[in-house]
Design a binder for this molecule. Sequence first.
Ligand SMILES: Cc1cc2nc3c(=O)[nH]c(=O)nc-3n(C[C@H](O)[C@H](O)[C@H](O)COP(=O)(O)OP(=O)(O)OC[C@H]3O[C@@H](n4cnc5c(N)ncnc54)[C@H](O)[C@@H]3O)c2cc1C
Length: 383
Amino acid sequence: MTLSSPLDAASVEEFRVQFAGEILTPADEGYDIHRKVWNAMIDKHPALIARCHGVADVITAVQFARQHSLLTAVRGGGHNVAGNGVCDGGLVIDLSLMKGIRVDPVSRTVRAQGGVTWGEFDRETQAFGLATTGGLVSSTGMAGFTLGGGIGWLTRKYGLACDNLRLVDVVTAEGGFLTASLSENADLFWGVRGGGGNFGIVTAVEFDLHPLSTVLGGWVLYPIEQAREILRGLRTSLATAPDELTTVARLFTVPVVEMAPPPLQNKQVIGIGVCHCGSPQQAEAVVRPLRSLGTVLADLIAPIPYRVLQTMTDAINVPGLHHYWRSDYLRARRADHRDHPGADSEEDITPLSDRYPSDGRGGFPHRCRGHGLWTSRCSFPGQ
Ligand SMILES: Cc1cc2nc3c(=O)[nH]c(=O)nc-3n(C[C@H](O)[C@H](O)[C@H](O)COP(=O)(O)OP(=O)(O)OC[C@H]3O[C@@H](n4cnc5c(N)ncnc54)[C@H](O)[C@@H]3O)c2cc1C
């Protein structure tokens, strides 16, 4: 990256004086910790990391970047696998210290700042028996996730995360501040609902919440050799399943981690992940067929707090491993789509719902597709 004016020590010092949070240069302690993102394949070296305390810091950082023509990256939870939350040579505007969350249990809404992760978000909202669609791994950034749409365990019932947005506060590329909602800056509001990045820096969001405490959720594992019939059975069940049921089919090698039963470690399996967020009586009946689609290796489905389901795969999604991911959306999944992802990769198939069609409510471009497809390769120690 090129700078129109060199970043001299005096400019950085002046930036520090104006900034309430922490500014890190390569010479500062903590620089190497805070330039890292979830995917260890990404190894970028920004000139500066501005760890913002609030909106004023974000505005100051944007103005500094403009003044010095700095390439700028915005970092929330740092989960973007391509590493878009960090950059080489430029400025990283790091929101991860901005953790404010306020739940209003009467209006069933929540306001959360741009650095909140889904684990932090769920902790606060679940204290009031409320939830909205969030990420399957608790360390994922709430804002970055929502800006891309956001598929979670409640998607078929309550839509994508971005479908539950009420408003966003945004610091613009000019260093201005505005709020976007259906009634204010509606074009921008359309863009931030699933249209990806580069619409400004979202410093806070407001979501609608839904009453939810316990779900019937978890995973059932089957041998990979039965993947074809399991996927067929899943497709048949889903044809008549209510929106309360969201599922994920995952073809993967069980990692060598404490939570995995030792006989299954290093074994290739197909896992069906389920979340039923409706009444317990309906849940048992709807989920039962998915628990007997083949030879059950492990059945980890039970009535559990929603918040527990939201952290269930945390142990196998730890930061610091090397990942290569591809993803796409499919109009339909043929029953024989694929039954084996290969010994060193994994694959997720997430049936979506036609309940949230493309009706112009937001920029998420894949609503007409029936399924999300995600393929990844990752090395766990011991494999
Ligand atoms: C372990 C893991 C699990 C995941 N699970 C799911 C899942 O269940 N469902 C799903 O749909 N996706 C999932 N994802 C994908 C994830 O939603 C995206 O990678 C998302 O972009 C991550 O947001 P982040 O804030 O954590 O990442 P970051 O890398 O910090 O940011 C991602 C992108 O958003 C931009 N950005 C972040 N915050 C802001 C902001 N406040 N304002 C403006 N731009 C911003 C960044 O510049 C960057 O381009 C998962 C990813 C990982 C690694």
